[in-house]
Design a protein around this ligand. Structure first.
Ligand SMILES: [Mn+2]
Length: 214
């Protein structure tokens, strides 16, 4: 079954249409009005091999915050839609990616629980015109909507552009690994309730099945 999704979302702050193909080739067609963000999303598509199309008209006269936050929410929602009950995926993914003098690790768990550790300090407040804090805002939005445990660690780095790029590429690789179909994983990849051995249609990630005995 194709793992594709389209998310449309219009608020007073942003108007977004985002489409993905989880099993694509990394094609990107991105227009958010924020050049650096487009650059990061293009890298994300290329290194995750997720086809990604984004059209966002946001309130950039305020700043880039709502645009980045809401595109993150749309992406997390789209990936979640593609994964369904998360049956048969690898679930965990990780990558350590160097970008010139910067080195970042990202590890993800797509088990359905949301948690976020972002141990990445930028030595500069902005990357070109882009607020460096928005890198964390983006991944927090993705993690919250996707149901992901997302850890990013910057080991070292001096250049803000390189640091952001290392984080996005590491995240892309980690997500690529985690969403991949594992031919040996027949059920939901969790040992909780014995789900991995005997998948029950009632067992969903993050949702406790009804108690049948005490
Ligand atoms: Mn670059």
């Amino acid at each position: 079954m194709p793992r594709t999704a389209t998310v449309s979302r219009k608020t007073a702050e942003t108007d977004i249409v985002l489409s993905i193909d989880l099993d694509g080739t990394g094609k990107a067609d991105i227009q958010t009005g924020l050049g650096f963000f487009d650059h990061m999303l293009t890298l994300l598509a290329g290194h995750s091999l997720i086809d990604l199309s984004v059209r966002c008209t946001g309130d950039l006269h305020v700043d880039g915050h709502h645009t980045v936050e809401d595109v993150g929410r749309a992406l997390g929602t789209a990936v979640k839609d593609c994964l369904g009950d998360r049956r048969g995926i690898r679930r965990y993914g990780h990558a350590i990616i160097p970008m010139d003098e910067s080195l970042a690790t990202v590890a993800v768990d797509l088990g359905g629980r949301t948690s976020m550790v972002f141990a990445v300090d930028f030595p500069v407040p902005t990357i070109g015109m882009f607020d460096a804090q928005l890198v964390e805002v983006f991944w927090e939005s993705v993690a919250a909507t996707l149901g992901a445990n997302f850890h990013a660690i910057l080991h070292h780095g001096r250049n803000g552009h390189h640091i952001a790029e290392a984080v996005f590429k590491a995240a892309a690789r980690a997500i690529r690994m985690a969403v991949e179909v594992d031919p040996r994983q027949r059920g939901v990849p969790s040992t909780r309730f014995g789900a991995a051995r005997a998948p029950s249609p009632d067992v969903r990630f993050g949702i406790l099945p009804p108690l049948t005995r005490c």
